[in-house]
Design a protein around this ligand. Structure first.
Ligand SMILES: C[S@@+](CC[C@H](N)C(=O)[O-])C[C@H]1O[C@@H](n2cnc3c(N)ncnc32)[C@H](O)[C@@H]1O
Length: 227
């Protein structure tokens, strides 16, 4: 929905389509999986621990109109900003550490494109639900669970609530107790579930990195094409 470090926008189509009427993303970020294709039409429940990200979703779901978004001012190169939504668009994994940033040409362009995209896609999320809290507070429903936590072996600078704050054994146990369909994402070296390679993808600095997936479904017979 908005530019976000670690978002799955480029590879959302490589994950299995949801088999259930409800999609739950307990590590919401910008929720690229649920926005891919027609998936947004399902009942989508997002859980996000970072209050700034959750508030952004609350605003998009409950308050914002396309006109409100279109009316947000453009950013001028060299201008300083402390707006969290701007900082997210700075295309850096350090974004979460900054309180104020100076607008670069990349940020000015990202912001302009993203404003248009957010305004155009806003209608898709108006029936969604956002809960601000820990993943473990997600409602225990039979659903398609798209689980995309901070990667276990990433540097830990990518998010306010990073890999350093997660107990991955506890997370694995919780994941395996989900009812319905489980799609879990990891990066290179991810080892707390029997992950398989999904594909290579370009990282933030254009560096290739391997995406891993753990897929489990009680009912659906999905042909997962692993690349
Ligand atoms: C890899 S990102 C998700 C990216 C998302 N799939 C997308 O496409 O934008 C992980 C997210 O989980 C959030 N998070 C970290 N720890 C959490 C926790 N314990 N419970 C819920 N959310 C958490 C982070 O703030 C971050 O937004």
């Amino acid at each position: 929905m908005f530019y976000y470090y670690g978002r799955k926008k480029q590879i959302a189509g490589h994950y299995p389509d949801p088999s259930y009427d409800v999609i739950i993303e307990p590590f919401a970020g910008s929720a690229a999986y649920s926005l891919h294709g027609n998936r947004w039409q399902k009942q989508v429940i997002l859980v996000e621990k970072d209050p700034r990200v959750a508030s952004l979703w609350e605003w998009l779901i409950h308050t914002a109109t396309p006109q409100d978004i279109a009316n947000l001012p453009d950013l001028m190169v060299g201008e300083k900003t402390s707006n969290f939504l701007h900082i997210l668009h700075a295309a850096t994994k350090m974004a979460f550490q900054y309180k104020t940033i100076k607008t670069t040409p990349v940020l000015a362009r990202n912001w302009e494109i993203s404003k248009r995209q957010m305004a155009a896609n806003l209608y898709k999320v108006k029936h969604w639900t956002i809960l601000c809290g820990d993943y473990s507070e997600a409602p225990n429903l039979e659903a398609t669970w798209f689980i995309d936590p901070p990667y276990r072996y990433e540097s830990g600078t990518g998010y306010q609530y990073s890999s350093h704050h997660l107990d991955y054994q506890k997370l694995a146990h919780w994941i395996l107790q989900r009812q319905g369909e489980i799609i879990c994402c990891e990066g290179q070296g991810g080892d707390y579930l029997p992950f398989q390679p999904l594909r290579m993808s370009k990282g933030v600095a254009g560096k290739a990195s391997q995406e891993l997936i753990f897929y489990h479904s009680l009912t659906a017979k999905v042909q997962l094409s692993l690349i």
